[in-house]
Design a protein around this ligand. Structure first.
Ligand SMILES: [Zn+2]
Length: 299
């Protein structure tokens, strides 16, 4: 299985257009030892020919161009066999509207995520230019779908509906999912949870049996945004388990034996983005990696 990180940042990217936090400022001024990142999107393939996208970021055009494996092989063509949405956040879905150039798309999502994107969304009509432009395939919790030689299973992950849909529908387990992606031929498994407010027993079992685990690296600490004067919400209120601290994911997932353990969906405020920070040293020491755009993992 080939895993190619196209984008590794949380919503807003790094640097974020309206952010003057120490990380974003340092990156712009060249004083921070850090690398710019686009918003989270990952391509996965069993054979290196057909690719499955995990999420579809607002920067999808640039991300496709950045990776020759996703370039057209003919006058009108795309090696993208399907797109999986892990939740309805705009940094995960907005790119779909940019793929409107009359090309058939196959999108896998839970019914809650599909509804949240399609209903009352006049812009979605740009993906209804011809019958069959988008084929939605419903991801059912506990089920497994076969996509281009990969078995894709959806697990409920603690999370929430996107901000623009809050209070429109009751919260449910389909709002946010983790993925278990198994390559049919080799049996190798990628566990993918780019947004998670916690780790369920089912998620933990999946992580423990995976060859690679990608996990939510949004915030280092609960009070990261309030402490920087950038907002009032704690990480948990935004449905993200912080990386650091006694209850953080680094401590919580210490025993996960996967060969590759990678943080992704990293917010621009997270101090572990700075390669010379104490937080980065702790992540390194624990054997976790921090995803950067262009990272490739081969299982
Ligand atoms: Zn920032």
């Amino acid at each position: 299985m080939l895993i190619r990180v196209l984008g590794s940042a949380a919503g807003g990217g790094f640097p974020q257009w309206n952010c003057g936090c120490p990380n974003c400022r340092g990156l712009r001024e060249g004083t921070a030892r850090a690398t710019a990142r686009t918003q989270e999107c990952v391509a996965v393939s069993a054979d290196g020919c057909d690719w499955l996208l995990l999420n579809c970021s607002p920067e999808i055009r640039q991300q496709i161009e950045s990776f020759p494996g996703l370039h057209p092989r003919g006058p009108r063509d795309s090696p993208i066999a399907g797109i999986v949405l892990t939740n309805g956040d705009l940094d995960h879905c907005l790119g779909l509207l940019s793929l409107r150039e009359s090309h058939p798309l196959v999108v896998y999502a839970t019914e809650a995520v599909r509804r949240g994107f399609v209903e009352d969304n006049v812009l979605y009509r740009t993906l209804e230019r011809f019958p069959g432009q988008v084929t939605w395939r419903t991801l059912k919790l506990g089920g497994e779908d076969e996509i281009a030689g990969l078995g894709v299973a959806a697990l409920a992950a603690p999370g929430k509906a996107p901000i623009h849909l809050e209070h429109r529908a009751p919260a449910g387990p389909e709002d946010n999912i983790a993925l278990r992606i198994r390559e049919r031929q080799t049996g190798r498994v990628l566990a993918y949870a780019s947004a998670a407010a916690g780790v369920t027993e089912e998620m933990r079992r999946t992580f423990d049996a995976a060859d690679a685990v990608f996990f939510d690296g949004t915030f280092w600490s609960s009070d990261e945004l309030p402490a920087l004067g950038l907002g009032t919400k704690r990480a948990e209120e935004m449905a993200h388990l912080p990386v650091g601290g006694p209850g953080g994911s680094l401590a919580h997932l210490a025993g996960v034996p996967a060969r590759r353990r990678v943080y992704i969906h990293i917010n621009n405020t997270n101090p572990m983005l700075r390669e010379d920070s104490a937080e980065r040293a702790r992540v390194d020491a624990a054997g976790w990696e921090i995803a950067a755009d262009g990272l490739e993992v081969r299982l």
